[in-house]
Design a protein around this ligand. Structure first.
Ligand code: ADP
Length: 501
């Protein structure tokens, strides 16, 4: 294990970042104004790489969140937002994209510090946010808003309208990127938004809320409500004034949110966890695949819902591939997310570190072998939530093979032939992303199409591309995915207009 023992001096904080973080408290954005909690509550967000407090943020109450939904409803009804020509509305999205791109170094530092993400990866997330805004702006501008239908004896058309206020609850692993995936299609279609960022990582979403205000978005079009899940999040999910709800997070909370939305008959989209498999056949280039699997499991310290966390390896290359992977995992440089040589940063919180370490122990107690033991990692001078990457092996009935761990931990198992590889990959409650690895492309396509998941990747993992639908089935999600034309269409309600001839 290479620990970044002499951390290279982190890039100095940009003055704009220091100014943002050193505000006495950072409020939410509601109705175009910075707002604080009606009970004056605040919470602290910490740097996961040091454990030190980064900023103090308003902890909005349920009543404050209700006001935000009212503000979004008011903006939808009274501002020009929904009614302005789509090309005018999309100017706002492009303005936000351009400004976020121009401030990429600022946003990247904020995101890196708040969620423990390696700085270069945080910069990629900012670019993804920018690209998402541009993608949906251009899609909306080219969408037919009235589709004439040829039916005998009738003049008929389907006409699209925006729904109204839409709610978004965002998790802590990709805060800015997932905020973009949520709000960009909704805004492009003319809806108004209320976004509840995760309490561990509220800062980049808040920064975007303030930026949109500065860029002249009509008041109430984009509201950001920082607060706790059980209060602010629950209030948003329970609000009957929403027209659509979108949640990304754990299946447990997803279920609660779906129940709340169900009670109000508000359509809800859930993007939940995963337990993805990589099915590796014996004809691969072993070092090349080892490198990609290790990159995938250590990317953002494994806190990626679509990650390959079950590595199913054809018997005759099992030992060799596992050895290659273990060697590479031990060489991963663990350190503070802002230090230049760091390849893997900390987990987001002490709670998350306990969860990951707990799964290693539960897995071992349940009979799994710790091929690469993992465990807590120490980085000199940094009191962060670091862990080492780990490999477990054994029965796929083991708790660590069945449940989502959300850390740099992969579970290994051998398989005999194609049929067994596919069967094992599909033997899970989750259905997010699986990958197949082979030089035989016909086999790759066959296997990828046999996965019971919403995404099947060939000779790669975690492939998410604008224009290609990304979503989850089974315990991984419902209600449509993100990232494609289908997502934009979700944010319009249709009315069929018919006249008998
Ligand atoms: P994790 O367990 O990985 O932290 P969660 O699913 O708990 O993920 O959190 C994802 C998002 O859901 C966060 O924004 C969090 O505040 C929010 N959340 C948590 N609990 C609730 C709840 N009961 N109702 C609504 N939102 C919640």
């Amino acid at each position: 294990m290479t620990l970044a023992s002499h951390p290279i001096a982190a890039p100095a904080l940009l003055p704009e970042v220091s100014a943002f973080l050193s505000k006495a408290k950072i409020g939410g954005v509601v109705g175009g104004r910075e707002v604080f909690a009606s009970d004056d509550g605040v919470f602290e967000t910490v740097d996961p790489g040091t454990g030190a407090v980064l900023a103090r943020v308003a902890r909005l109450t349920a009543a404050d969140v209700n006001h935000a939904v009212d503000a979004a409803a008011h903006a939808f009804a009274k501002s020009d937002w929904a009614r302005m020509p789509v090309n005018e509305r999309c100017v706002f999205l492009h303005r936000l994209a351009d400004a976020a791109e121009a401030r990429k170094p600022i946003l990247a530092q904020i995101e890196s510090l708040d969620c423990g993400k390696v700085l270069a990866q945080a910069a990629d997330d900012v670019q993804n946010f920018v690209d998402t805004l541009r993608y949906f702006a251009s899609l909306a501008q080219n969408l037919e808003m009235r589709t004439v239908i040829a039916v005998k004896g009738h003049e008929a058309a389907v006409v699209r309208h925006a729904w109204g206020p839409c709610g978004f609850i965002i998790p802590w692993n990709f805060p800015l990127l997932l905020c973009g995936w949520g709000i960009a299609p909704a805004l492009a279609a003319g809806n108004t938004c209320v976004v509840k960022p995760a309490e561990d990582t509220p800062l980049s979403t808040l920064y975007i809320g303030f930026l949109a205000r500065e860029l002249g978005f009509p008041d109430g079009v984009l509201n950001v409500v920082p607060g706790m899940g059980e209060t602010a999040g629950a209030a948003l999910a329970s609000h009957s004034g929403l027209r659509r709800m979108s949640f990304t997070g754990s299946p447990e909370v997803g279920r609660e949110i779906a129940a709340k939305c169900g009670a109000n008959l508000v359509p809800v989209k859930l993007e939940l966890g995963g337990k993805g498999a990589a099915v590796v056949f014996n004809d691969v280039d072993i070092p090349a695949v080892a490198q990609k699997l290790v990159q995938a499991i250590t990317f953002h310290a494994g806190q990626v819902c679509c990650d390959a966390t079950r590595w199913l390896i054809q018997k005759d290359i099992y030992e060799k591939l596992v050895d290659e992977c273990a060697t590479r995992m031990q060489a991963v440089a663990i350190g503070h997310q802002m230090d230049a040589q760091t390849q893997m940063g900390p987990l987001v919180s002490e709670k998350q570190r306990r969860r990951v370490l707990g799964y290693l122990e539960k897995g071992e107690t349940g009979g799994a072998r710790r091929v690469l033991p993992g465990g807590a990692a120490t980085v000199p001078g940094r009191n962060g939530f670091f862990v080492k990457p780990a490999l477990l092996a054994g029965s796929l009935d083991n708790v660590a093979a069945r449940e989502e761990i959300f850390g740099p931990v992969a579970y290994l198992a051998p398989f005999k032939d194609e049929a067994e590889g596919v069967r094992l990959a599909n033997a899970t409650d989750y259905g997010l992303g699986n990958s197949v690895w082979s030089t035989d492309l016909a086999r790759c396509r066959r296997v990828a199409e046999s996965f019971e998941s919403a995404n099947g990747w060939i000779n790669a993992h975690n492939v998410v591309v604008h224009g290609v639908p990304y979503g989850g089935i089974k315990k991984s999600g419902m209600g449509g995915g993100v990232g494609s034309l289908a997502t934009l269409l979700d944010y319009y309600r249709n009315i069929s207009v018919v006249r008998p001839l």
